[in-house]
Design a protein around this ligand. Structure first.
Ligand code: GDP
Length: 467
């Protein structure tokens, strides 16, 4: 717990800048007296929880700052578990900052990043996985990002970890009971039962670790690089995908010299498209740099959409580039697009190319500018490439762990693996007990049942001030 966790903190809870309203939040033992000392309605000092007060807030010299609404929450029935006052004033930086200054003068101190949520955690209002979900919810950029954060906030990640924990606690209890009778050399914990419990725990852990992939997609989105020869139609395709003129489109080859990025939501996920300079070796220094960046962008992407001018086709150099890429990044999904289908008068030509396996999708990016549905096939391919089809349509809460959870869950799984091997080898219960305790420790780090200064710092320092 921070040294002055008993102090009263205040911060702006809403974004800065011009807005109709702003909310300043105050939490701590002196929250009510601090606000009451600057508030025109004297009744506030004795306010009960869940009450609303309208009045003028004044500065230390008695000058009116704004007419505000104060909502009082009494601990432990508040978001932080402490007394909380939320002061809603008019928006814009001046008013809210003056309100804050008045409250600091009256004895509150500025809150550190994530300090409200940290207090909620320390007072048992949220576990650590739920606290992290608060940050994910605020930063959610897509429907699935939102849904996974809501599920975690409702305790779905914690429940799933709890289920693993329960079977491990049960196993540990049996093993440790046996150890208590160690001298008598009895084995009253049925070996098959122990094995089944551990197998079940391992399966649950595997599922949870696997959900980190969805977590990363939902949280970070999908990075797609558009590659291909200059003039193949990458910029036009990008514009058609995001529905606005985000990229520069020009009939002169080599115009898109640097990467242009634009975003679109597909299947509930945020896709970030990067239009690169054409992959062409050139004497033009700037364009050569663009080409180098294009290759670098491809190296860090989740999917490559490779655009080919259907009227020109894929040449030998491109084929060898794609072949090399398949060796260098075998895991990178590549979607080939035969663009400018409208220019190809002989449809048999497109079919032949498609059958040759080099080109999976035939489109006209130009037509798609006015008919977005023309790119539905590409959108489906993109979702397929990251194995995210149907996720948006899935019913119910989506459990998805984050990177921090994944690391602890992997460690727990390793410990369970060791325990299973110990059991299979018929060796001592004390080794088994040790592994089970190690696994339980790792699970505790996920939900915060076990905490270290380091873990708390790592989690809460990522929050913004006022959260
Ligand atoms: P980039 O260099 O790969 O980004 O290619 P651009 O998107 O700048 O397109 C190059 C030229 O091809 C422009 O004149 C586009 O209008 C044109 N173009 C792009 N897509 C199509 C298409 O589907 N059909 C036709 N007819 N022209 C296209």
């Amino acid at each position: 717990m921070p040294p002055d966790a008993r102090s009263t903190i205040a911060a702006l809870a809403t974004a800065r800048g011009t807005a109709a309203l702003a909310v300043v939040r105050v939490s701590g033992p002196e929250a009510v007296p601090v606000v009451a000392s600057r508030f025109s309605n004297e009744g506030l000092a004795e306010a009960e929880g869940r009450t609303v007060w309208v009045g003028w807030l004044r500065d230390g010299d008695g000058r009116r700052i704004d007419q505000v609404v104060s909502v009082v929450w009494r601990g432990p029935h508040s978001s932080t578990g402490e007394d909380v006052v939320e002061v809603t004033c008019h928006g814009g930086d001046t008013v809210a900052q003056a309100v804050l200054r008045a409250l600091y003068d009256a004895g509150a101190r500025p809150a550190a990043p994530g300090e409200f949520t940290q207090r909620a955690f320390l007072h048992g209002k949220l576990d650590l996985a739920q606290a992290e979900a608060v940050a994910d919810l605020i930063h959610a950029e897509s429907r699935l990002g939102h849904r996974t954060a809501v599920a975690a906030l409702r305790g779905r990640v914690s429940d799933a970890v709890g289920a693993v924990r329960q079977s491990l606690v049960q196993t540990a209890a049996l093993v440790e009971l046996e150890l208590d009778f160690g001298e008598e050399d009895v084995e009253f914990a049925d070996r098959d039962d122990l094995r089944d419990l551990l197998t079940g725990a391992d399966r649950l852990l595997e599922e949870l670790v696997g959900s980190a992939r969805l977590g990363a997609l939902a949280r970070d989105g999908v990075r797609v690089v558009l590659g291909g020869r200059p003039n193949a139609g990458k910029s036009t395709l990008l514009n058609a995908l995001v529905g606005e003129d985000r990229a520069i489109v020009s009939p002169t080859p080599g115009t898109t010299r640097d990467a242009v990025e634009a975003e679109a939501e597909i299947g509930g996920l945020r896709f970030r498209f990067v239009d690169t300079a054409g992959l062409r070796e050139t004497a033009d220094a700037i364009e050569a740099e663009g080409t180098r960046r294009a290759r670098a962008a491809i190296d860090t992407s989740d999917v490559l959409v490779y655009v080919v001018d259907a009227a020109v086709g894929l040449d030998g150099e491109e084929r060898s580039f794609l072949d090399d890429l398949a060796v260098r990044r075998p895991d990178l999904p590549v979607i080939c697009i035969q663009n400018k289908a409208d220019l190809v008068t002989d449809p048999a030509r497109l079919d032949a190319e498609a059958e040759g396996g080099t080109t999976a999708l035939v489109v006209s990016a130009q037509d798609a500018m006015t008919n977005p549905a023309a790119l539905d096939g590409l959108r489906r391919s993109l979702l397929h490439a990251v194995r995210a089809e149907g996720l948006d349509a899935a019913e119910g809460g989506l459990v998805a762990v984050n990177e921090r959870h994944r690391a602890h869950l992997e460690a727990a799984r390793e410990a369970v693996g060791r325990a299973r091997r110990t059991l299979a080898a018929g060796s001592g219960g004390d080794t088994l007990a040790l592994d089970l305790r190690a696994a339980l420790h790792e699970l505790g780090l996920v939900t915060g049942a076990v905490t270290t200064e380091h873990v708390l710092d790592a989690v809460f320092s990522q929050f913004c001030i006022g959260k």
